[in-house]
Ligand binder design. Sequence first.
Ligand code: FES
Ligand SMILES: [Fe+2]
Length: 364
Amino acid sequence: MDNLPDFISREDLHQEPIERAQTIPSSWYTQPGMSELEMKAIFSNEWQLAGHISEIPEPGDSLCRNVAGNPILIVTDNDGHTRAWFNVCKHRGGPIAVKKGTKSVLQCQYHGWTYLMDGSLRGVPQWDRVDLFDKKDFGLTPVQCQIWQGLIFINISDEPRPLSSVIEGIDKRISPINLEEFRFHSKVSYSIACNWKVYIDNYLEGYHIPIVHPELAKMLDYGNYVTEVEEFYSLQYSPFSDSGSDNIYKTEDGEAFYYFIYPNMMLNILPGRLQTNVVIPVDQNQCIVEFYYYYKDPVSDKMQPIIKEDIAYSEKIQQEDIEICEAVQRGLKSRAYDKGRFSVERELGVYHFQSLIKRSLMNL
Ligand code: FES
Ligand SMILES: [Fe+2]
């Protein structure tokens, strides 16, 4: 806690029950330097969603992702296992890719050093006369990688808390749905002019739905909309309203689960569909939100119009959310605003998220 900058006061880190709590101060959303602090306090320690095994089904398939500011390479090896390393060559820092025409060799894209699937250095072209060089000292640096229900999580810390302790209980709650059964369909990225926490705060409450998304409000049974919180995640849950006129999921049985997993991941689970969102800070005023769409059946003719409608609908909701989030960022920057309060009935998820942010900063 002694490592905190001046704009974070001890008083603001204090935790109060929701009935009395204030929201985190606007400076946490607007101060230059906050992003670096959060990278250290939060993103360098927490698990990050990096994809789904259906994106890399065959040996040699790979994903390049940026996780907590680090380039990461994720590969399916010849035994079908998922492996991950920092995507940084030990020669002069170049990026690695699976070598064309092979399934088992990784090759640097700069000067062509090659590595085996266990990360060890194999081939070093034009290396005669180099002294005191042992290949064993130049293997790729592995990164913590775990799979849960087909989702790939990365943690750049050497000793992270177990992923199972973060997501504990989700399996049981969504059963018989198993996210491993879904297949990747597509990805959409949005660049948004707001702090990453503004986007997450907004995701975490249904309070704004009647005003910002009037059409969605008609579809959801807003009166029965509930938020449940666990240590590291929260769940918003809403039964579909029978009266919804244009609900594309109406013919299927089931419920909608909207999970937020600290610090920046969302799993939106509907019958036959999984949409994941990852919110990536760029700087205090900007974030990137990535939407990944997965379906149980992404290819059949029957599903094509349904998928098209699903993505178009999400796009519409997303545009409404982007507009309000960017306006909120302008509001937070104004000298008129510092701290607000929470609706006990409707903003438990936001309170929970902000309490975790405070906890991470206190551990610095
Ligand atoms: S940086 Fe990788 S081979 Fe040179
Ligand atoms: Fe929204």
